[in-house]
Ligand binder design. Structure first.
Ligand SMILES: [Zn+2]
Ligand SMILES: [Zn+2]
Length: 340
């Protein structure tokens, strides 16, 4: 069947082309190497993230047994960013890359992963994410705290020790800026929270909902750009993770776990993704209509097939999706519930 349409992405304010009939076209390009099997030990002597090991600049990691946070040894933004920059010519502008970059290890176990943490352990991680957001966001030079995990070699991660990164920057990252302004505009025009309207549309349709409990939901959005793209969100509007109550955090941790386990079950392999926390910027703007959520952008559309960004995406700036979000959500829903 030919499934061909354009879908509006209300958060990014752009069109996504859905051309699902292209998914099975003949393909002779690169295939992705099979992920390393899970026979990795819990401790690796030369891993810079394992407890007690020495990192690149000679700092020794704590002998931690839960979550471990440290300043990135190779920061892209930092308090010591050079300030004596060469002035560019003409119309060009520059400024120091002020901010802070940190790393959060989820677990002392090298061979673990976010999907393998228990719900209480994920709640601890949510608390750590909140605390980092609050602490870093309070710094006068920090206008935004971006927390993300890159998982898998296909997104450039060679160290499989479970961890994420934080970039606390003096500017607001583009996607968040667009989402925040879309939310503000939608609220001015309709009096509604944009993300609540998205949640109502998703829940009334139901086909793209992967998991839902009393206060959280995981779904493949109608306008998904990647085949297995998923959002995890609290049902109530909170601009930041730190505003979630204890019981909302437990529900949210469960929804995350349910999704992550389905990802890993889908092809019986550690499922690669880029995970990003989308919470309100910390620049004193008006974010009353901003709805905290986590986005997953998995790069694969089949076990060994990358979604390559090419002409439409890189050249034109709009996504062409080769799959139907409804079908991908169904695959995830059916890929088994919780393990462990
Ligand atoms: Zn390690
Ligand atoms: Zn978002």
């Amino acid at each position: 069947m030919i499934k061909w349409e354009e879908r509006w992405h209300p958060l990014r304010q752009e069109w996504v082309i859905i051309a699902a009939h292209r998914q099975d076209r003949p393909w002779h390009g690169d295939v992705v190497a099979k992920q390393t099997p899970r026979d990795t030990p819990a401790y690796i002597k030369d891993c810079y993230l394992c407890p007690g090991n020495v990192r690149v600049r000679g700092v020794r990691n704590d002998d931690y047994d839960g979550i471990f946070v440290f300043d990135n040894d190779h920061p892209c933004v930092g308090p010591d960013a050079p300030s004596d920059l060469e002035a560019p010519s003409g119309i060009y502008r520059n400024r120091p890359a002020n901010g802070l970059a940190r790393v959060i290890c989820y677990s002392p176990k090298h061979n673990s992963s976010l999907s393998e943490l228990s719900v209480p352990q994920i709640v601890n991680l949510l608390d750590a994410w909140s605390a980092q957001y609050t602490e870093l966001g309070a710094r006068p030079e920090v206008n935004h705290v971006l927390t993300f995990e890159n998982r898998g070699e296909v997104v450039g991660v060679s160290n499989t020790h479970p961890h994420c990164q934080i970039y606390a920057t003096n500017f607001v990252f583009k996607t968040i800026e667009i989402e925040a302004s879309a939310a503000r505009r939608h609220y001015e025009v309709t009096g509604h929270v944009l993300f609540q309207d998205i949640l109502s549309a998703e829940r009334s349709d139901g086909r793209r909902v992967v998991f839902e409990n009393s206060s959280s939901i995981a779904f493949v959005p109608y306008f998904a750009r990647y085949a297995y793209e998923c959002y995890v969100a609290p049902l109530a509007t909170h601009a930041r993770l730190s505003d979630l109550s204890r019981s909302e955090r437990i529900d949210f941790a469960e929804a995350l776990k349910e999704l992550l386990v389905r990802y890993d079950n889908l092809w019986q392999m550690p499922f690669p993704y880029v995970m990003v926390l989308h919470h309100a910027p910390t620049d004193d703007g008006d974010y009353g209509a901003f709805h905290f959520h986590i986005e997953f952008h998995p790069p694969l559309r089949k076990p060994n097939l990358m979604k390559y960004l090419a002409g439409p995406e890189i050249g034109g700036g709009n996504f062409l999706s080769d799959t139907m979000p409804e079908e991908k959500a169904e695959e995830l829903r059916n890929s088994g519930g919780r393990v462990g």
